[in-house]
Ligand binder design. Structure first.
Ligand code: FAD
Length: 417
């Protein structure tokens, strides 16, 4: 028997393991999926817990619920990957797995310890993250009784997963404190290393205007050097101090430690990957999906959905000894909660920045691009249903995988639409 090994049973690993088990001949191939954790988290839900939109129990389910019987599922830490020998060592029973083809889907995680003072006296007292389940729940307990003050959201460095999430946090905070009738007691500040509110020019301009309209101060080009919990200030490398009463940080994101320890990663432990074929740049029998790859698209669940078809096509071609024809175009779609039951949608790929218009159909939409609408908010909320009931269960989601200019209207001014 040959082995298709999948490392990591999060969004990407769960989806690709299921697909490969259905596509590869089970008389010749076994599919093995490894993860250290029994619990699958719906990470986009971490954003909603602090604002009482979701309860903690809304965002997790047992991983086994989504792993089909055909897949051998092993709960273990992955200790070491030896890609030159096509071998992986697990901690559980010291098991060693030899593979013929492997998919790395070990994701990315936060590293608050990378910033001086971040995990000091204030950590989880008035310094919180919302990128982990524990952080999000702790923040929700804090915010519920908070009497107001200066709330600073800080992105330490890029790339981060779901790059729009810090903006969403601020928009929802504006709405949440308005609803609690205490918006006038809260100053909202966004300190980001970017020169503007976002990476792509049109979206950055649009989000910059929204921050102004919502009275949220933008501190751009802010490269944090330290958190000083004794004074409740953050300090940048160019000595700009920002005081806070509540610091919500998006710490440095890094790929899995095992990637770095196995000599497979770049400086941030992301696997150098061909951005079109999703094949490792160095090992032809290794493919990389989701947040683990160093490719220049957003690290997002929706992106993994769009990658799936290319990954399956190319892995099948590779094991059949054929050329890889599948090309991932970097397609990303992100719903952005903007508060007051509204949301924005952006849709882009490697070459086209987010543009105004409608999605997926011209004029009919129903979603509006780069413009707030109620239906975009519903789209965001519907994502959780699609995630648990379709994406993870291998049911086709009726949205085109490839980026399309259909409905995009580059000349439209989103404000006047
Ligand atoms: C706050 C927040 C909001 C978000 N909002 C959105 C959104 O609105 N839309 C969207 O599309 N995306 C969103 N995302 C991003 C999305 O959740 C992720 O991009 C996606 O889940 C990544 O999937 P993945 O499979 O690459 O990694 P993960 O799902 O993180 O899976 C990686 C797996 O690898 C395992 N692993 C790692 N190392 C080891 C090891 N050594 N041994 C064993 N197992 C290991 C981990 O246990 C984990 O299960 C959001 C994320 C956050 C944090």
């Amino acid at each position: 028997m040959k082995t298709c090994l999948v490392l990591g049973a999060g969004t990407a690993g769960t989806m690709i393991a299921r697909k490969m088990a259905s596509k590869l001949d089970s008389n010749q191939w076994k599919v093995i999926l490894v993860d250290r954790d029994e619990t699958h988290y719906y990470q986009p839900g971490f954003l909603f817990i602090p604002f009482d939109m979701y309860k903690p129990e809304d965002v997790y389910k047992p991983k086994r619920q989504f792993v089909p019987g055909k897949v051998e599922f092993i709960i273990s830490d992955i200790e070491e990957i030896q890609p030159d020998a096509s071998r992986v060592k697990l901690t559980k029973d010291n098991r060693v797995i030899d593979y013929d083809v492997m998919v790395v889907a070990t994701g990315t995680d936060i590293h608050p310890e990378e910033t001086e003072g971040m995990t000091g006296a204030g950590w989880r007292k008035n310094v919180f993250d919302f990128y982990t389940f524990e952080g999000s729940v702790a923040l929700s307990n804090f915010i519920r009784t908070w009497q107001g003050g200066r709330l600073v959201v800080n992105v330490v460095e890029n790339p981060i997963k779901c790059p729009v999430a810090p903006l969403e946090f601020l928009f929802l905070a504006d709405w949440y404190f308005t609803r609690r009738d205490m918006r006038n007691k809260v100053d909202l500040v966004f300190a980001t290393p970017l020169p503007g509110a976002f990476t792509k020019p049109r979206a950055a301009a649009e989000f910059g205007d929204m921050l102004k309209r919502k009275n949220i101060h933008l501190e751009a080009d802010y490269a944090i050097g330290e958190v000083d919990s004794s004074k409740n200030v953050i300090r940048s490398y160019d000595d700009r101090e920002i005081p806070y009463d509540l610091l919500v940080t998006v710490p440095t994101n890094m790929g899995a430690e095992v990637i770095g320890n196995s000599g497979m990663g770049d400086d941030l432990n992301y696997v150098p990957t061909n951005k079109e074929t999703l094949q490792s740049n160095k090992w032809p029998n290794v493919f990389v999906m989701g947040d683990a790859a160093n490719i220049p698209t957003s690290k997002a669940g929706a992106v993994i959905h769009f990658q799936l078809e290319t990954a399956v096509e190319n892995i099948l071609a590779y094991v059949a000894g054929k050329e890889l024809h599948g090309k991932f175009d970097g397609h990303a779609s992100c719903y952005i909660e903007s508060g007051f039951n509204k949301g924005i949608l952006i849709d882009f790929d490697y070459t086209t920045e987010p543009l105004p218009g409608e999605y997926p159909l011209p004029v009919l939409g129903p979603f509006s691009l780069l413009r707030e609408s109620l239906i975009n908010h519903w789209g965001k909320l519907a994502f959780r249903y699609l995630y648990w009931n379709m994406m993870l269960k291998g049911i086709e989601v009726p949205l085109p995988n490839k980026f399309s200019m259909l409905g995009k209207r580059p000349s439209l001014n989103p404000q006047s639409a």
